[in-house]
Ligand binder design. Sequence first.
Ligand code: ZN
Length: 312
Amino acid sequence: MTNYENGKSLPSEENLIKLAQALSVPLGFFERESTEPVPIEAASFRKLSKTTSTRRDAVLASASLAVEFFSVIESKFKLPGPAVPSLDKFSPEQAAELVRRRWNLGDRPISNMIHLLESKGVRVAALRHEFVDIDAFCFVRDSVPYVFLNTSRSAERQRFDAAHELGHLVLHSEHDMEPSTSKEREAEANHFAASFLMPRSAILTQSMRSASLERILAARSFWKVSAMAMTHRLHELHLLSDWQYRAICVTLSDQGYRSSEPGGIVPETSQLLRKVMFGSVDKVSLREAANDLALYQDDVRSFIRDLVPVAA
Ligand SMILES: [Zn+2]
């Protein structure tokens, strides 16, 4: 393997077949131009320390194939240009308010995070299912932001993940993601996500002080966030005391809200991918994309799994 990789020896036809089987790619994969890898520093990994380097490399390799997949789409369709502001001088709360203002979102709940990101030029894809233990991540390539979502999570968690990655793009895209500062940046991206999905000014007008569990559950349905995220936000805005916060967390945990979202919403899907792959005469079919990329259709399908209902 090492000799092939550093180009010192070319594999024989027989070895190529074996290699293709081992990597589960079509033979033609080796004739394609090599892909520019997604650099580690450019990617945000929430659980950087828990991700082994081999798995991280596999995720990044899959991410660079997804970048190529989008360029196949762009050879046929004009996609929205990037419109994510860079606001690294602001606090997460201020930055979230500024992005809402710039995008004319007012104080309303975000109806669909994926549609919103796509309309602002962010390319959204699914993480391959073998990486379910890895959280969402993002990177910028040639000025285009990419967000990869873990579609095995609850709808509310995915929305929070999408907002969290938007936070990285807004606050941190000008900087390399260094492991030494990753903890601080994770907290900033979480704070951005909570502020973006549950804007301070609107929450403060909703009479949520010392809110009951019923009230919190109604509010989480309104804002389309998890009950845990809603409770955390109310505590962050000093609308719940430490004692009230802890008591509600214990109750939510007992009722299964820590690992799932009882009574939750249906996961969001992609408007862009549905349109370009299934919605028009000039569509990019799975087969065509797979041929262009010298990949199996299943590999291409993995980029859009759960994001496009018919491809599930
Ligand atoms: Zn993060």
